[in-house]
Design a protein around this ligand. Structure first.
Ligand SMILES: *Cc1c(COP(=O)(O)O)cnc(C)c1O
Length: 421
């Protein structure tokens, strides 16, 4: 029994799938205490979009620490925060004609979601929030109430209320536009659903199984929420910060949400930082009405500001588009070559392979780990193999990881045959 199993709570999760002790990491690679190297196709669930320890961020952080730059200010003004706000304004918001106000909540994703839900309820005076089947928005009670996963919801230990779930795009099969249902519910006083304060949505449901909403569906959702005066919250915590190619995942659909939540890759260095973007007229907070000790962490502001350097030109976005095509082609060919039933979904550098045999994805993940690749599963039954390499991964590294997935699939299939025999 190792020190973790001996002393750390049973709640530990990912370490059970990837049972080694990691010590260092660079770019797309992680190294454990035995010196074994693993290619990373998980990127800390989308925290490390720019890879591990990217040099330009590390240099900025080291310089800040060496000059005793202030590390903690609650939400008092700091030089580090000013630089981030200015950079974010110039590099991200202004070029997209976005006028959001910035709120820095506590540093994790769920803090941003809680703030967004609270604000939408305060502004509209309404209670219900609509979210979607298989949504994932975090583990604190408000976020959990709009999260689909029944196992995670049961952990709350109390009723999770004031949420109404609607079918996500594709949930009822290819030929049904699920927004027909949402729209009729909103229009019908007999539907049993009150007019909601907000609709919260992921443009690509990451934890929920890499379910991709179409641009048309997102545009219609924007149109419907606007018409009914419902706050549209896009939770871009996992698929923002370039994961789908553009900085924001909703840009491709050409929509402007009322509130946007960001966290995971915002600092670009694995340092906790979260941000809520608010349509200016909705910024009706009273001073201190929603606070927290770690609102905006100065070292994280420093790396987040340095990370904006990736967005001064379109180089990264073009690289993501190129790598997206490589991944998609490879995965489709793989299913075909092995004669395995399944489907490939994704945008940018988030892809999922859903297998008809629901146990296959977990077995492939395990076989990949044995072969030096860290790759996770997603979906309610872990039935989807989820590819989340860093955006900055080299194309030869990407190809290497895709080869290991092939080998992992072959191993999982022959293991299945052996068990059947
Ligand atoms: C990870 C995630 C969250 C929660 O973030 P935490 O930092 O774990 O609280 C919320 N929404 C989405 C879409 C996420 O992927």
């Amino acid at each position: 029994m190792n020190i973790f199993e001996q002393h750390e709570s049973e709640v530990r999760g990912y370490c059970r799938s990837f049972p080694t002790v990691f010590a260092s990491a660079k770019g797309a690679w992680m190294t454990d205490t035995n010196g074994r190297r693993y290619l990373d196709f998980f990127s800390g669930a989308g925290v490390l979009n720019y890879g591990h320890n990217p040099d330009r961020l590390k240099q900025a952080l080291l310089a800040y620490l060496m000059r005793d730059g202030i590390t903690h200010t609650l939400d008092m003004y700091s030089e580090a925060k000013a630089a981030f706000i200015e950079g974010f304004q110039q590099t991200i918001l202004a070029p997209r004609q976005l006028t959001y106000k910035l709120q820095f909540p506590g540093p994790t994703g769920t803090n941003a979601v809680e703030a967004a839900l609270k604000l939408a309820r305060k502004v509209t005076g309404r209670e219900t929030v609509v979210s979607f089947t298989n949504a994932f928005h975090g583990m604190s009670l408000g976020s959990l109430s709009v999260t689909g996963n029944g196992f995670k919801r049961a952990g709350a230990g109390i009723p999770l209320t004031h949420a109404a779930f609607m079918p996500f795009d594709g949930y009822m099969g290819e030929n049904t536009d699920t927004l027909d249902y949402l729209e009729s519910v909103l229009l019908d006083n007999g539907s049993g659903t009150e007019l909601p304060a907000a609709v919260i949505v992921e443009t690509v449901q990451a934890e929920g199984g890499v379910n991709v909403a179409s641009a048309d569906w997102l545009r219609r959702l924007r149109e419907v929420t606007q018409r009914h005066g419902i706050v549209l919250i896009v939770d871009d915590i996992q698929v923002g910060c370039g994961r789908t190619g553009h900085f924001f995942s909703f840009e491709e659909a050409g929509i402007v949400p009322d509130i946007v939540t960001l966290s995971k890759s915002l600092s670009g260095y694995g340092l906790p930082l979260a941000l809520v973007l608010i349509r200016p007229d909705l910024d009706q907070w009273a001073p201190g009405e929603h606070n927290g000790t770690f609102r905006g962490n100065c070292p994280a502001f420093v790396t987040a500001t340095a990370a904006l350097g990736y967005w001064r030109d379109t180089g990264l976005q073009e690289a993501v588009d190129r790598k997206c095509a490589l991944v998609q082609t490879h995965l489709e060919r793989m299913l075909h070559q092995h004669g395995v039933e399944g489907s490939v979904r994704g945008r940018g550098l988030i892809h999922g392979v859903e297998f008809a045999d629901t146990s296959l994805a977990s077995r492939i993940s395990q076989a990949c780990f044995e072969r030096g690749l860290v790759i996770e599963t997603a979906g309610i039954e872990d039935q989807v193999l989820k590819l989340l390499p860093s955006l900055t991964i080299r194309e030869d590294e990407l190809a290497h990881g895709l080869d290991i997935i092939d080998q992992g699939l072959r191993a999982a299939l022959s293991q299945g045959l052996r068990q059947a025999a």
